[in-house]
Design a protein around this ligand. Structure first.
Ligand code: CAA
Length: 261
């Protein structure tokens, strides 16, 4: 059963064990206003706490994922104001979401919209998707991780091109660069992302959580620290019921049933 929860700027469809979040300000191309960010991060915190949800899809509209931070909201703000309201720091619940999160991107993912996609764990791109950081055209730079996540994903030179020219890259080029997992027909992007979410939701949730944590750790720690952290998580998983279930199910030639315990 699908339960749709009411927010003003996003849509939340609960279809356990997955959920789908849709950015929903089509008139301004899903510009990321403070209200939208508040709703999205509130919904994410709820989904993170909901044991029935094991993977989440985040999408925008059929023609645009999100055109970035709301320029109308920012144009006349000062530095102190921006620091006080910490507009970009508010994305922490997205970057720190503990469950697998799949971005389903059609059309423009620009500025903060691109950074939102980069904070997800997997990215499915419709053929129409365009990823870019046009902030330089506005006299600013990306503020929600773009300058850090692009080079960590694809290296220095193309990341520089993306930041300095402001020109978006096509879905196909993003795929060739390794920023997206798959390029698919635009009308199938969300459905395929949901299918992938359901496949992942069948896996033992604690192992999925530890795998996600471990991969993210590789982005911001030296190898020895990352390996030590991986080892601890590996040993920890032997304290879970799901590890016993997974291994015994294999030995008994049946499909494991995982409880997240
Ligand atoms: N903020 C506020 N409103 C926006 C917006 C944004 N980021 N992007 C688009 N809109 C609005 C437009 O002002 C327009 O409103 P009106 O109908 O009232 O005029 C409406 O959405 C439709 O936009 P366009 O007419 O421009 O549509 P288009 O199809 O011709 O162009 C586009 C599409 C190329 C995405 C273009 O809208 C665009 O360049 N948008 C801005 C992209 C951008 O610069 N994003 C970076 C923002 S800064 C940021 O994100 C900082 C950060 O790192 C957190």
């Amino acid at each position: 059963m699908i339960a749709a929860m009411g927010y003003e700027h996003i849509l939340l469809e609960l279809e356990p064990p997955i959920a789908t979040l849709t950015l929903n300000r089509p008139k301004v191309l899903n510009a990321l206003s403070p209200e939208l960010i508040r709703e999205l991060t509130t919904a994410l915190a709820e989904l993170d706490a909901d044991e029935n949800v094991r993977a989440v899809v985040l999408t925008g509209g059929p023609k645009v994922f999100a055109a970035g931070a709301d320029i109308g909201d920012m144009a006349d703000r000062g530095a102190v104001d921006q620091l006080r309201r910490d507009q970009t720091g508010r994305w922490a619940p997205l970057a720190g979401f503990s469950k697998p999160l799949i971005a389903a991107v059609n059309g423009y993912a620009l500025g903060g919209g691109c950074e939102v996609a980069l904070m997800c764990d997997l990215i499915l791109a419709g053929e129409t998707a365009r990823f870019g950081q046009p902030e330089i055209n506005l006299g600013i730079i990306p503020g929600a991780g773009g300058t850090q996540r692009w080079p960590r994903s694809i290296g220095k030179y193309v990341a520089m091109e993306v930041m300095l020219t402001g020109a978006p890259v096509t879905a196909q080029r993003a795929y060739e660069l390794g920023v997206v997992n798959k390029v698919v027909p635009a009308e199938m992007t969300v459905g395929l992302a949901q299918r992938m979410a359901r496949q992942i939701a069948e896996k033992p949730p604690l192992a999925a959580r530890m795998a996600k944590e471990a991969v993210l750790k590789a982005f911001d720690s030296p190898l020895t620290e990352g390996l030590a952290s991986e080892r601890k998580s590996f040993y920890f998983l032997f304290a879970t019921e799901d590890q016993k279930e997974g291994m015994h199910a294999f030995l008994e030639k049946r499909k494991g049933v995982f409880k997240g315990r």
